[in-house]
Design a protein around this ligand. Structure first.
Ligand code: UD1
Length: 358
């Protein structure tokens, strides 16, 4: 059996790591293709190091561009790689442009495609990720879902039962694996963060691209920072927008993007998290840390119904919501968020076997 993994952007890497380990344990052949969507050391290489993912076998080095250009570049450069390597399965992760580009190429070459994190929907097509999710799920031959509601969504959309496998959440595999190292890293102490600190991440176009919205979001964070330390590791895209618009963030502590282990240490000890990231909604649920998502919707509703997540569509309401945190603020970790999702993925692939005659 030969598995070829596609990874390209930061949130892909903690999903790839446990699956790579589980495939290794199964003794199968595997290949890693990095599209180069993310390329800064802090957005990519550092994640590979900390998550102990081996160097990619191929790097397509596509870099940043408009959606169409980036997607097209990945497709153009990936096609000859897949033709040459002819794996039994292509595994794609999450909902980034690298995911959908690879899904299109693999399907057209007739190579079987498995989607890790299938079935998530925000029902908001202004999000590029929603389009990526829908297209990838339509094309995939194996839909590996992180939660039962995601499997239900796919059934409702007409996907055949035999293509859907509820495996649980691979992000939580990585989290549980790295938690001891994160706690021992000393990162939060070096930063002066403690159990009263609020950790912020924001990078979605809907929050950072419109100057009026971005100003309102920063105003809300500055209010919070009057009461508690607010640490904000800023995505390069967010940093660039803030600088260009000359928005003053003080007393919020804006820092450069941090590594996976450092972020986990900050989040596991935080008073609360304010974010628009999908991964952080899940990680805070698994850790039982209150999470305020500055969005009108989420493709991960289970983090609200079972976890610690709450949507805050209007940043003006943020201070009041954070003040409302009380001792009753508890969630539970959803089914299958148990550190064994990658093992179940390997089982699902093993059940279907290698492709015949290739
Ligand atoms: C991408 C994903 C998003 C994910 C996010 C996590 C898509 C459509 N979006 O958004 O789902 O949540 O990654 O980070 O795939 N940049 C750098 N260095 C890098 C990479 C990017 O400086 O290593 C800057 C560039 O200015 C670039 C901008 O960030 O234009 C946006 O990068 P891009 O990969 O297009 O989208 P993200 O906002 O990172």
């Amino acid at each position: 059996m030969h598995i070829l993994h596609i990874a390209g952007a930061r949130p892909n890497f903690p999903k790839l790591a446990p699956v790579h380990r589980a495939v290794c344990a199964a003794g199968w052949r595997q290949t890693i293709v990095h599209t180069g969507q993310h390329y800064d050391v802090a957005m990519s290489e550092q994640f590979f190091d900390e998550l102990q993912i081996p160097e990619p076998d191929e790097n397509l080095e596509v870099g940043s561009a408009t959606h169409a250009v980036q997607t097209a570049r990945i497709m153009e450069r990936l096609e000859p790689v897949l033709e040459r390597r002819r794996p039994d399965w292509v595994l794609v992760y999450g909902d980034v442009n690298s995911t959908v580009a690879a899904a299109l190429v693999a399907s057209k070459l007739g190579i079987r495609l498995a989607h890790v994190e299938a079935g998530l929907r925000s029902y908001d097509r202004s999000m590029p990720e929603e389009i990526n999710r829908i297209v990838t799920d339509r094309l995939a031959n194996l839909l590996l879902t992180p939660s039962r509601d995601a499997s239900e969504t796919l059934r409702r959309e007409g996907e055949p039962d035999e293509e859907i496998e509820f495996v649980g959440n691979v992000m939580i595999d990585s989290l549980l694996h790295a938690l001891p190292a994160a706690r021992a890293s000393g990162f939060r102490q070096r930063l002066g963060a403690d159990g009263e600190t609020i950790v912020v991440t924001l990078h979605r176009p809907s929050n950072v691209d419109d100057p009026v919205r971005l100003t309102a979001v920063v105003d809300a964070l500055r209010q919070l920072a009057q009461e508690r330390t607010v640490v904000f590791p800023a995505h390069p895209r967010t940093r660039e927008r803030l600088t260009r618009l000359g928005i003053d963030t003080a007393p919020v502590r804006l820092i450069d993007p941090v590594s996976y282990i450092a972020m986990l240490d900050l989040v596991q000890s935080a008073y609360a998290v304010v974010t628009d990231s999908g991964g952080l909604q899940e990680e805070t649920t698994a850790l039982g840390i209150p999470c305020f998502t500055l969005r009108a919707n989420t493709e991960r509703p289970i983090t609200i119904t079972e976890g610690t997540n709450e949507l805050v569509p209007d940043p003006a309401g943020l201070l009041e919501r954070v003040r409302s945190i009380g001792s009753a603020w508890r969630g539970r970790s959803p089914e299958g968020w148990d550190g064994k999702a990658a093992i179940r993925i390997v089982e699902a692939l093993a059940k279907r076997g290698a492709s015949q005659g290739t």
